[in-house]
Design a protein around this ligand. Structure first.
Ligand code: WT7
Length: 653
């Protein structure tokens, strides 16, 4: 680690402040604290006028009648308006000089490169939209996309948006069981996949996984397969079709459908505290407006920028900040298929140098890995093209923030630490890089138009500086989730019932004397592993589905690299013996049921789990045992103390 970062660990109370450089501010879209305050005040004083003015940045086939209809907790934004996300991301740029500007620059993990201009991308999107129509897909139908990070994924998204089909992207690391749950919940008619993709030099056989999944998905009529790796796959006659063969049979002309503002754009599944994953529903106009504005404001995006968000499109970050936000702004967005350490730990820096990337957006978990791999991998590349850095997914520790600033940003690039969620659709709390002085570890302040606060469980505002509480959002915003697909009761319950009248984000936070927000992490039983949310409940269900397991409780423990590691406490069926082989088998079982992401780092067998008298597992105690080996918290509600004794004794073994 560089000498500039060795003293950071000792800074317990973060006092450092980094104002943007004057040269950065002067050229920025929003260039001073006063500009920011003006926008904020405008939005707070007359929200509907503010949003109406902002919506003027999009193309409308027909203007809206009403900016917001709010029948809590249901919002309709820009009702009566007609627009199309694909049109906004493509067609409108074709009328400008951008028609031959690079829209997507793509690198495959093995090293291939492809560039698609706006004109070329438009043509591919139109073709695939016609392919989907030929497969019988109509407005409102759902299409599942299970693909590697290849241009065809962006093409398929935009093609769905073009004809009003609702896409549901399933991260390529998920298992067949996870696909079945998601495809059935949404009732998808078509699945788009690839033969495989590349990850750390190995082929991920996506089509094989889909073949297994499609045995359990009665609504799927067709499966369209991108040829990516060229390896052999089984094609079921009548059901499976090659993308490139279908694309040859259709025209490259496909006018964008004029869709209602509230037309469903996509469903994206995310973990909740209980039960199956929640299908978060986002709609057309409001989502696009906020993706568009936040990309422009937070990344200070200019036409000459080459912009790279490293997220997989299987997560919301990829939806909003690899595809929709950048393309709506007419930007050049970079996509890289593979791992950051393939073939060597400098792949990202190599890409930045090769393509002269100006804006780079990644996750704290990646930054911690870079720190571990060593500064030498970074410093051997010329990163002088970078002018702005961003992070998302989990709290970033100040020492990682400083390393990012010094080693990657050369001390000259502002860092935007962006807080948001799958549910919020776009960034909610973040510095504006030309206006907001930053503090390492703080996401700083809410964006204009966003009203956040910190509250107690009973809904009182926490006003004292530095005091922790629940992060809430007090006003509807255009890109808010509209509901949970097929389960509106759960929507009300999960987000609008915890604290009366406000959106409950599930994160703890505090606000300092300067009004800066510091996110403290999840307050519910959701584990954030490498910036991805996993419900403890899902992992527990996967464990219990194994015939040897009677009961399981899953908790997080701090992990230097991943943010959180997963520890599973497991009780076995009466006749079963504990063994290391069984531990391995259970870890594998979870990976198969959900995906490798959810594989427990550690399995601990126990005779019983600590429970309250009403039978609730006391995860808080297990969390303490998993992270420190001891229990210091309140145990008065514990039913059977001997359980704790045994768990502790086991720890000492
Ligand atoms: C949860 C949302 C939003 C895209 C990636 C994750 C945590 C997100 C930050 C940040 C601290 C953060 C929160 C949030 N989170 N960004 N900048 N600082 N925590 O999307 O899977 O919906 O997860 O990620 O806990 O609730 P997601």
């Amino acid at each position: 680690m560089s000498s500039s970062t060795t003293n950071i660990e000792s800074v317990l109370h973060e006092e450092r402040v980094f104002p943007p450089a004057a040269s950065f501010s002067e050229a920025a879209h929003i260039s001073s604290p006063a500009d920011y305050e003006r926008l904020r005040a405008e939005a707070a004083d007359a929200p509907e006028e503010f949003w109406a003015r902002m919506a003027g940045e999009l193309h409308w086939f027909k203007k809206w009648d009403t900016v917001l209809k709010w029948d809590a907790p249901h919002a309709e934004w820009f009702a009566g308006g007609k627009t199309n996300v694909s049109y906004n991301c493509l067609d409108r740029h074709l009328e400008t000089w951008r028609r031959n500007k690079a829209a997507i620059i793509w690198e495959g993990e093995p090293g291939e490169q492809r560039t698609l201009t706006y004109l070329q991308l438009h043509r591919e999107v139109c073709r695939f939209a016609n392919v989907l129509r030929r497969m019988g897909v109509r407005e409102g139908d759902r299409v599942a996309l299970y693909l590697p990070l290849v241009p065809e994924l962006a093409i398929a998204m935009l093609a769905c948006a073009r004809i009003g089909a609702t896409h549901s992207i399933i991260f390529g690391g998920f298992s067949a069981t996870a696909i079945i749950d998601r495809v059935n919940d949404a009732g998808c008619r078509v699945v788009v996949t690839a033969d495989g993709g590349w990850r750390r030099g190995a082929e991920v056989k996506l089509k094989e996984t889909v073949d297994e999944a499609l045995k359990g998905t009665p609504t799927v009529e067709h499966c369209i397969v991108v040829r990516r790796t060229g390896s052999r796959v089984n094609m079921t006659a009548g059901r499976d079709h090659w993308w490139h063969e279908l694309a040859e049979t259709v025209s490259a002309d496909c006018p964008a459908a004029e869709l209602d503002s509230e037309h469903p754009l996509f469903i994206l599944y995310t973990s909740g505290t209980t039960g199956k994953p929640k299908g978060i529903l986002h709609t057309t106009a409001g989502y696009l407006l906020w993706a568009h504005l936040t990309t422009k404001w937070v990344f200070d995006l200019k036409d000459e920028d080459t912009y790279w968000c490293t997220a997989d499109i299987g997560w919301v970050t990829g939806h909003s900040y690899v595809v929709y936000g950048p393309l709506s702004n007419g930007a050049t967005t970079l996509m890289y298929e593979g791992a950051p350490n393939w073939p060597e730990p400098d792949r990202f820096w190599r890409i930045i140098e090769r393509h002269r990337v100006n804006i780079f957006y990644t996750a704290p978990t990646a930054i911690r890995a870079f720190i571990k791999w060593g500064e030498q991998w970074v410093s051997k590349h010329d990163l002088s093209s970078l002018r702005l850095l961003g992070t998302v997914g989990e709290p970033i520790n100040p020492e990682a923030w400083m390393w990012y600033r010094e080693v990657v940003g050369g001390g000259r690039c502002p860092i935007v630490d962006t807080w948001w969620q799958t549910e919020t659709g776009g960034i909610m709390i973040s510095p504006l890089p030309g206006a907001t002085p930053t503090k390492p570890g703080s996401a700083t302040k809410p964006l204009p138009g966003i009203e956040v606060d910190i509250m107690t469980k009973t809904g009182e505002a926490v006003t004292a500086a530095g005091q922790g509480g629940y992060l809430v959002i007090k006003r509807p915003w255009p890109s808010m989730l509209r509901t949970i697909w097929g389960d509106d009761a759960r929507y009300r319950e999960a987000y609008w019932s915890e604290i009366d009248g406000v959106y409950f984000a599930g994160d703890g936070a505090r606000r300092d004397r300067d009004g800066y927000y510091w996110i403290m992490g999840r307050v519910d039983d959701v584990i954030n592993v490498s910036g991805h949310r996993l419900g403890t409940m899902e992992i527990e269900s996967a464990l219990v589905s194994h015939e040897a397991v009677a009961e399981a409780a899953v908790v997080a423990r701090p992990d230097e690299l991943k943010g959180s590691g997963i520890v599973a406490f497991v009780t076995l069926e009466g006749s079963r013996e504990t063994s290391d082989a069984l531990k391995e088998e259970l870890r594998r079982h979870v990976a198969k049921e959900i995906g490798a992401l959810a594989r427990p780092d550690e399995i601990r067998f126990t005779d019983a789990l600590p429970k309250t008298r009403s039978g609730k597992i006391m995860r808080r105690l297990l969390r303490e045992i998993a992270s420190s080996g001891a229990v210091s918290g309140d145990t008065t509600t514990l039913e059977d103390f001997s359980v704790l004794e045994k768990l502790r004794a086991q720890e000492e073994e």
